[in-house]
Design a binder for this molecule. Sequence first.
Ligand code: AMP
Length: 442
Amino acid sequence: MTKFSDLGLAEILLRALVQEGYETPTPIQAQAIPALMEGRDLLGIAQTGTGKTAAFALPILNRFIADRRRPAPHSARALVLAPTRELAAQIADSFRAYGQFMRPSVGVIFGGVSHRPQVEMLSRGLEVLVATPGRLLDHLASGKLRLDMTEVVVLDEADHMLDLGFLQPIKQIVSRLPKKRQNLFFSATMPKEISGLAQGMLDNPARVEVTPVATTAERIEQHVYLVDGGAKRDILVELFADPNLARSIVFTRTKRGADRVAQHLEKAGVEAAAIHGDKSQNQRERALDGFRRGKTRVLVATDIAARGIDVDGVSHVVNFELPETPEAYVHRIGRTARAGAAGRAISLCDNGERDLLKAIEKLTRQSLPFTDRRLYADAHVERPVPGRRPAGAPPRSNSGGPRSAGAASKGGAGRGGAGRGQAPKSGAAAGRNMHGKSRPGR
Ligand code: AMP
């Protein structure tokens, strides 16, 4: 497998990656970085969550290490265009993180805030400028920014930009760039309009496409337990009474959560180790080694820590908490379906996580079978996978749903009404309690 150290990146970038807890390049990084280091243009078909930011940021920073010229006033050596202020800010943060030992000058520009600090920042010149198109055009029009010395341009989430009506602004911006430049173009989808724009910008690009996330999810057998938040740890222990959960990764959202869950499992007699960014390299390696050798049955991990873990034969992924983004769910469960193997994934979802569950079902275009384990739920519903009774399922379970024949439930009739065989697409699907608290918009 490719290592970061195989990619020809400068040592101070490799050091920053260790600091960030990145162990191995993601597929898009392994494929894109070498082409970009050669100075080629790139067409990247990839969504957020694939590691595409590092795929473009690292070669750009590497270029500046090799040639540390001061940027001219009012100019930017690299320009990254992003559709939203949130994404622009995130990208700038990534550049700062990967460049933490070289301290590049990185600036962000977006609308809705005062012009003046942006103008001052631009007057000094920047190595990396991340911007949304509208405000960038303002600065170009007022002469506060020039792009004729820009060496690299990145268009991120091109499809999203077009949805937001940025086609003309992008064309105007591109027309101000010098002819000789490196172009990077990223989009999750490639409808005609986008490929037209890409063709106009790119010169013999390397093409990198990472598998759309939905296809991974289809290979994995998934089950959801609707639970009361406070009951998660006990239900988790119950799940591990099933010896089929052999080599499992349990995901938590926070580092402290990972520690607590690992301790709880250990107390219950399930060998577990936590792995996350606060652990020393040594501790992480020891935990991973125990897990690989089968001494530790459960690895409890945060998303970031799990990215670099490459362990074959993971039987189950358990989401102790659902992730904040649906893409992360797909990455998590993908840990169990390595090298074409079929995997199993179990998620514990409390009322506060219902919106996250909905987002996952939307992204993966699947209705997930579920079992209702909530104490005070109006409806007790189960849609088990045929032939396999999920561990810890309540005795009074009903069956139904797309995976089993005869979706009609028996004992549940009259409690939740029609539609309970469906995945919990809406709160109505399984009664009042399922509305739950919803998370603020993400
Ligand atoms: P992106 O698709 O660029 O938004 O990245 C998604 C997430 O993955 C971010 O939180 C990154 O910090 C993280 N990430 C990117 N590359 C790696 C890697 N090679 N190892 C671990 N985490 C990574």
